[in-house]
Design a protein. Structure first.
Length: 211
């Protein structure tokens, strides 16, 4: 199974308190992760995303745009970045809003180092899984693009549960021709069975493949 390239995990830290940034940076480095420190949302939005798995440690209250505003903006942009919120002045509505938005954790300062590390590790694990899934989908799409137009038509019939005879009638070709195309589809897609091919088709649909 294809996996995302192995890169050192990156932890983005956005906090306007220099002391807090440096404290989290030291903690993150101590477990082998790469910290990237920023003081504001704007600074983060102007930076480049990491190549490998990453996680965002985000203060709620920041000069300019808040952490919750950044969470909403990332969601609007369909940027899937795990977020661990930290704050010195949290309240229940704020916590509920953050968690409903998909935050990993909401920690109130001062928090235990281990609690932050546990949340970061969970975020990185989820992001690594996302990267692996995207890599696998990209590989399947490459395989799909090697199929001829006719092979794609046959694949659509196969994953829809149509029999060879039915597909032949649908496409106006012989059943033997359908069998040949079907064999080519299975080989090119590296599918071990029809259910395996159907699972591939389901994963390709969100990537814009029309079947």
């Amino acid at each position: 199974m294809p996996t995302a390239p192995i890169s050192k995990p990156t932890v983005f830290v956005i906090d306007d308190d220099p002391g807090m940034r440096e404290s989290i940076s030291s903690l993150v480095r101590s477990v082998g992760f790469q910290p990237k420190l920023m003081a504001s949302v704007d600074e983060f939005l102007q930076s480049h995303r990491a190549e490998g798995p990453s996680c965002l440690v985000l203060d709620v209250r920041l000069p300019g745009r808040s952490g919750l505003e950044l969470q909403r903006e990332l969601a609007d942009r369909h940027v899937r970045l795990p977020i661990v919120f930290i704050t010195a002045h949290g309240d229940i509505p704020m916590t509920v809003q953050a968690m409903k938005g998909g935050a990993i954790e909401f920690l109130t300062k001062p928090f235990r180092d281990q609690d932050l590390l546990d949340a970061i590790q969970l975020g990185l694990t989820r992001d690594r899984a996302r990267l692996d899934a995207e890599s696998l989908t990209a590989e399947m799409r490459k395989r799909f693009e090697t199929l001829t137009v006719r092979e794609r038509e046959v694949m659509a019939g196969v994953v829809a549960g149509r029999l060879n005879k039915q597909i032949a009638g649908d496409l106006g070709i012989s059943e033997i021709t359908v069998k040949v195309h079907r064999s080519q589809v299975m080989r090119k897609m590296k599918a071990s069975s029809v259910p395996d091919l159907a699972r591939m088709a389901e994963k390709l649909k969100p990537a814009g493949v029309d079947l």
